[in-house]
Design a protein around this ligand. Structure first.
Ligand SMILES: [Zn+2]
Length: 209
């Protein structure tokens, strides 16, 4: 298995191809690749992303069958089942990299902000469970001047939520914490821009990016 910096480089190069409109996915997904993967897999990265239809991880990173272990949930929140999925891939496949992938104009983030600014009681308990996960990371922003500028507020909230999810994966699981401490696992946070197609890795990179 490759190491985290190489995994990260593959994702960055794949995203460069996607953003430039030059993709390699078709060649990777052909029949021979599928046959080779029937009894094993070795995904080089785990992506915890949002369910938003415009941010499919395999496509925005231009990766093929067997490359990515993907968990998608509205708002890229971290609850027990997401942690369990990451633990499974890390332990079973030795995958060295986890990317928490938020995105611009995220509906789950906007719904949470709306709920905080104008609380209504008509949310289903299930939807509320997502909003409740997002709320602690974005609520502090409403105590700042950002609350008067909706677009900037949403941008900051998306990144705050990614940072919290990434930290939750780093420290919310004894198994993952051990892998991180042993430098066998890197957890980074990133934001996909709907506007440009580019992914910005802004959290958890060596050198304090
Ligand atoms: Zn979203």
């Amino acid at each position: 298995m490759i190491e985290a910096p190489e995994a990260l480089r593959r994702l960055q190069e794949g995203n460069d191809r996607f953003a430039a409109g030059v993709t390699a996915t078709q060649s990777l997904a052909h029949h021979a690749r599928r046959s080779a993967l029937t009894d094993r897999q070795e995904p080089f990265a785990i992506v915890l992303g949002c369910s938003d239809s415009r941010v499919p991880a395999e496509i925005v990173f231009d990766q093929g069958l067997g490359d990515l272990f993907v968990i998608r949930v509205a708002g890229n929140i971290v609850a027990s089942s997401q942690i369990g999925s990451v633990e499974f891939a890390v332990e079973r496949f030795g995958t060295p990299l986890v990317v928490v992938l938020g995105h611009s104009r995220c509906g789950a983030i906007q719904a949470t902000l709306e709920q905080l600014l104008r609380p209504t009681g008509d949310q289903s308990p299930n939807l509320r469970s997502i909003v409740d996960r997002v709320r602690p990371s974005v609520a502090p922003l409403l105590a700042t001047d950002l609350r008067h500028d909706h677009d900037t507020l949403v941008r900051h909230a998306v990144r705050a939520n990614v940072r919290v999810s990434a930290n939750h994966l780093r420290y919310g699981s004894a198994i993952l914490e051990t892998f991180v401490r042993q430098r066998k696992l890197l957890v980074v946070g990133a934001e996909y821009s709907l506007e440009t197609g580019r992914v910005d890795f802004f959290d958890g990179l060596e050198g304090g990016a």
